[in-house]
Design a protein around this ligand. Structure first.
Ligand code: EPZ
Length: 428
């Protein structure tokens, strides 16, 4: 398994280009199951979760063609994938697939909508919490599916889904995506209330609409879908990754460097930009697709609470935590989305951070100087925070199990090295 070796202390300087959003690409790839025509997706990041999803689609019988780098001049980013779900011969997402990537449950809605049957291994828990899919299943039942579960699998069957009004008892991103996809082929109208408003939901709705779906309100908390008989193919470039962009904002902030972040969407990062400015960063938006960040005096402590979009993203909580270890004062971080998303705190404490966990709050006292150490990655975003800590820590930091990072960050060590970081990937 690969590891990163980082020698800290270099203020980052230069330009970083953001890749396509993993969390937009995954539902868009699942949406290709809704039609037998080719779906062409562009600006996809070269990350492990995309490969896992392509493997799952092939296991179901879809033809998946990965085209090399698009012409550098193309605005469509660096990777293109064509999926043709013409000869689907299985409707089962096996355990070993779902175990490695919970987002495999996104095939549930498309499979039962198009084929009347889906069999998906229950995801079980993961490093950041139990993460059940009860709301996905309740929604499919509302649409007329019969749900059964045994031997660790959940099975959904339906002659044809019928539109319904579904009100989520709490906001769920992939739950909204799964049911929005299912509703596109249901008979009649479906209304999703208390729906997730994430940009990735809106991006998926754009693809579905290009495929012929009739959707209104995506990106708001109430989405209306009029079912249609069939969907066509489409070509779609996914949005830039707002979490990757936020991670590089934190990287600049923690090293006291200056970065220009290109090919991003500042309008998807308003709460993040506001909070990072409060913590003492100077952030400008020179164009609608770029950010410019540099120091603005010393970093200041600032409390933060994670919320569903458009609030401060839980996927940037770990990165914010490591940033405020370098701020003078005490910052209180409240995690409201997942029940166990402070796995990075003990590792950061081993590097010298002063962090106390009280229930779903982390109390961070800064400024503490961090020293390099051997640390272990646990989940995707916690691992990113360990990289950020290594960038500022005195001495050498070795991060084991970087496959967690490779799931969601494209070539992170190359991008960081290109702006001055001393980081190497070694095979262990
Ligand atoms: C999506 O996960 C993202 N993944 C996550 O990003 C992100 O952290 C999360 O949304 C929150 O923004 C993808 O988009 C592929 P939820 P998702 O359903 O949809 C509970 C990353 O790092 N819940 O919005 O699985 C759940 O346990 C990943 O890229 C139920 O109880 O998250 C959680 O506490 C990590 N029952 C809360 O709701 C359900 O049926 C929000 O979960 C569904 C969810």
């Amino acid at each position: 398994m690969d590891r990163f070796v980082i020698r800290g202390g270099v203020p980052l300087q230069g330009v970083v280009r953001i890749s396509g959003a993993k969390n937009a690409a995954l539902p868009c790839l699942a949406a290709s199951l809704l039609t037998d025509r080719p779906v062409i997706l562009e600006n996809l990041p070269a990350v492990r979760d995309i490969q896992t999803t392509c493997h799952l689609l092939e296991m179901l019988g879809a033809a998946v063609e990965q085209r090399q780098e698009a012409p550098a001049s193309s605005a469509a980013g660096c990777r293109q994938i064509v999926v043709e779900a013409r000869n689907i011969k299985s409707v089962e997402a096996p355990w070993e697939m779902v175990r490695t990537m919970r987002a495999s449950t996104l095939v549930l809605g498309p499979l039962v909508a198009r084929f009347g049957h889906a069999r998906v291994s229950l995801p079980g828990g993961c490093a950041i919490g139990a993460r059940p899919i009860d709301m996905h299943l309740k929604g499919l039942e509302k649409l007329g599916a019969t749900i059964s579960s045994e031997h660790g699998f959940v099975e959904a069957r339906a002659k044809r889904l019928r539109g319904a009004r579904i009100s989520f008892e709490r906001i769920t991103v992939t739950g909204t995506e799964d049911l929005m996809m299912a509703a596109t082929l249901a008979e009649g109208e479906t209304i999703l209330e208390n729906a997730a408003r994430e940009p990735e939901v809106e991006d998926l709705a754009q693809l579905l609409t290009q495929m012929g779906a009739k959707i209104a309100g995506a990106g708001t908390s109430s989405i209306r879908i009029q079912g249609v008989a069939r969907l066509e193919g489409a070509r779609h470039a996914v949005i830039p990754d707002r979490i990757e962009a936020g991670t590089y904002l934190a990287a600049a902030g923690i090293t006291g460097g200056e970065l220009r972040i290109e090919n991003c969407r500042p309008d998807h990062l308003l709460a993040i930009i506001k909070k990072f400015r409060e913590a003492g960063l100077q952030i400008d938006t020179p164009t609608p697709s770029s950010l410019h960040v540099k120091p603005n005096g010393v970093l200041q402590a600032a409390d933060m609470t994670t919320e569903e979009y458009p609030g401060f993203a839980t996927d940037l909580q770990a990165q914010y935590m490591v940033l405020v270890t370098q701020a003078s004062g005490t910052s209180r971080i409240k995690e409201t989305i997942f029940e166990n998303r402070f796995m990075h705190a003990p590792e950061l404490s081993r590097m010298g951070a002063d962090i106390r966990i009280e229930g779903n709050c982390a109390i961070v006292r800064g400024k503490t100087s961090l020293t390099g150490a051997g640390v272990t990655a646990s989940d995707l975003r916690a691992s990113a925070s360990l990289v950020l800590a290594g960038l500022v820590a005195e001495g050498e930091t070795v991060i084991e199990r970087v496959y967690h990072i490779d799931r969601g960050y494209e070539r992170i060590e190359e991008k960081l090295r290109s702006v001055g970081a001393r980081i190497e990937r070694t095979a262990s």
